[in-house]
Ligand binder design. Structure first.
Ligand SMILES: [Fe+2]
Length: 287
């Protein structure tokens, strides 16, 4: 059993880092903490960075998790090798590029690349919002899956992941006592389906809604409220067409995880939003 603490970062390819920097500051409201010719590191909380844009193809996407036991990386790699997934250890240069002490990588059955890190660098300066964003931190990722049941079982069997709820076939998974850190949405191939940041209040969400709308950014879902986590949300189209989300779902702590009963919700618009917003996101619709 590989025990993960939390999602640590995403690495997302893009061909234009200047455009990425403008998007990160003006649209997302993050802090730039590092820029090289090939990298852009962005901060939103206690993590050194939560997003790293990497010069490359937008389909080059990686999600990093922190391992609970900082001494357990070899054992985790052995466990991944034992189940026969494609995996390996990052080089010291690659670890330096990620601002972590060391890491291993693997691919899930869909082909998504994940990394497991130890001793990730802590922010030594706080996140300072460039405007009133209300961002409280990096929240979770939605991932593509070509077989939600297979990939769900991959996470349940080999990691400390638990199902919090399902919407149709899509599981919302947690590795800590907050409703979800990862959700798996059925689609055709690997990739990140959405990147979530948390905001403090509904006012923060609505402020983003008006701010983004005034900038002409396409809102793809919301403002609304999830039936599952109870969080208020807003999804919009971001850099290179990737969906980004702001939500308040981290307020929804699972108080008694031992006795928590995962709930099955129908694959209907109302399961994604209880106050009437309709998703313009293909993975959120019935096939
Ligand atoms: Fe989400």
């Amino acid at each position: 059993m590989i025990e993960l603490r939390d999602v640590q970062y995403v690495r997302i390819g893009t061909k234009d880092l200047n455009k990425a920097e403008a998007f990160a500051i003006d649209t997302l409201g993050l802090n730039v903490v590092g820029r090289t010719p090939d990298r852009l590191y962005l901060r939103s909380d206690y993590r050194h960075h939560c997003i790293c844009y990497v010069r490359g193809e937008p389909t080059d996407q990686v999600v990093g998790f922190e391992l609970k036991n900082w001494r357990g990386l070899d054992k985790a790699l052995d466990a991944l090798k034992a189940i026969g997934v494609e995996c390996g250890r990052g080089t010291p240069e690659e670890a330096k590029d990620r601002f972590v002490h060391a890491f291993i990588w693997f691919k899930d059955p869909t082909g998504n690349r994940f990394e497991i890190v130890v001793r990730p660098y802590e922010a030594n300066r706080p996140y300072v919002p460039p405007r009133q964003t209300g961002i409280t931190g990096f929240g979770h990722v939605g991932m593509n899956t070509t077989d939600p049941e297979r990939d769900q079982n991959f996470w349940l069997d080999n990691f400390n992941a638990q199902v919090s709820d399902w919407i149709g076939p899509a599981p919302l998974l947690r590795i800590k006592n907050v409703h979800h850190q990862m959700a798996l949405f059925p689609t055709r191939g690997p990739g990140i389906q959405h990147v979530n940041h948390q905001v403090g209040t509904i006012d923060d969400l609505l402020r983003y809604f008006f701010y983004l709308t005034n900038k002409g950014i396409r809102i793809v879902f919301g403002p609304g409220r999830h039936a599952t986590s109870g969080g208020y949300f807003l999804y919009f189209e971001g850099l290179d067409g990737l969906t980004y989300e702001f939500s308040t779902s981290d307020r929804n702590i699972i108080e008694d995880p031992e006795n928590y009963r995962p709930r099955q919700f129908a694959l209907e618009d109302e399961s994604f939003c209880v106050i009437g917003a309709k998703p313009d996101i293909k993975e959120f619709k019935a096939a």
